[in-house]
Design a protein around this ligand. Structure first.
Ligand code: ADP
Ligand code: MG
Length: 262
């Protein structure tokens, strides 16, 4: 290729990648063309290599943005979750949930267990998997969700609007249901959220209380039963147990340090 036709193709491509909004192609086409010439790639192979780089960058950017938008309180991954501490946990169910197919099926995930056993960790880990799979997610505590819905409810027609708006998130994570009891208004708002998501979009809920005690959260057994009915109709329920991971690791640390002391 002569220098002038090289320059011309360069500016044509610069214009085209701008129009197509594919900046990665703009960055890689020249280097990849050189490799292609050196290694004798076919035109098709070169085109595939250039497009693959663009798609990989776009997916990485999309995932990073979704994780940021999800407002996770910390970054906790399923890879960092040590299942040895949860011998009773259904690994087959966890493995199945990891592939995030529950999200497009609008199924729910309920994580139950006492404090410190890793419910929030698993909730975030599954949320991150959803983000990586391309599903927008949004995390908040149960109290946070109720505040948000209550703010929307103050505005005329605001609750319906908010529930509709939340549908853009394919997965809502509701952490710590049960730590604070709800008054009747809060229970009603929460019920509306569950009803609006039912068979439409997914919810992931963590709670320190077993279903039998949800009446205590909503100060009403009938509301609790109606809620559980909708939630578990299409859901995976995972129960975690054992000692708090926080106390356990602290105790193990103390034990190993004291056993080393002569
Ligand atoms: P919960 O929400 O059930 O109260 P968390 O998810 O907040 O518990 O867990 C408490 C702490 O212990 C967190 O820092 C979490 O990352 C860690 N943790 C809990 N269980 C495990 C586990 N099985 N493997 C690794 N870290 C864990
Ligand atoms: Mg928690």
């Amino acid at each position: 290729m002569s220098a002038t036709s090289g320059e011309k193709i360069g500016s044509t491509l610069a214009h085209l990648v701008k129009v197509m909004k594919t900046p990665t192609i703009g960055r890689v086409w020249e280097d990849l063309a050189e490799i292609a010439r050196e290694q004798g790639w076919s035109h098709e192979e070169y085109l595939a290599a250039v497009l693959e780089r663009q798609v990989a960058d776009r997916e990485a950017n999309g995932t990073a943005l979704r994780i940021q938008t999800a407002k996770f309180p910390a970054i906790k991954t399923l890879e960092d979750f040590n299942t040895d501490y949860q011998p009773g946990l259904r690994r087959d169910v966890l493995a199945h949930l990891q592939n995030t197919s529950f999200v497009p099926k609008a199924e729910n995930v309920i994580l139950l267990g006492p404090p410190g056993v890793g419910k929030t960790h698993l909730g975030i880990g599954l949320g991150i998997k959803a983000c990586q799979a391309g599903y927008p997610a949004l995390f908040d505590t149960a109290a946070g969700w109720v505040n948000r819905l209550s703010d929307a409810h103050q505005r005329h027609g605001g609750l319906d609007q908010e529930l509709k708006r939340l549908r853009r998130y394919r997965l809502l994570i509701i952490d710590e249901l049960g730590y604070l009891p709800f008054d009747a208004d809060a229970a009603n708002l929460f019920f509306q959220l569950v009803a609006a998501r039912y068979e439409q979009e997914s919810l992931l809920i963590t709670s320190n209380l077993s279903f039998g005690r949800w009446g205590e959260i909503f100060s009403d057994d009938t509301v609790a039963a109606a809620m559980i009915d909708r939630l578990v109709h299409h859901a995976e329920v995972l129960t975690l147990d054992g000692e708090s991971y926080r106390t356990r690791s602290r105790r193990e640390l103390i034990e190993t340090t004291t056993s080393r002391t002569p």
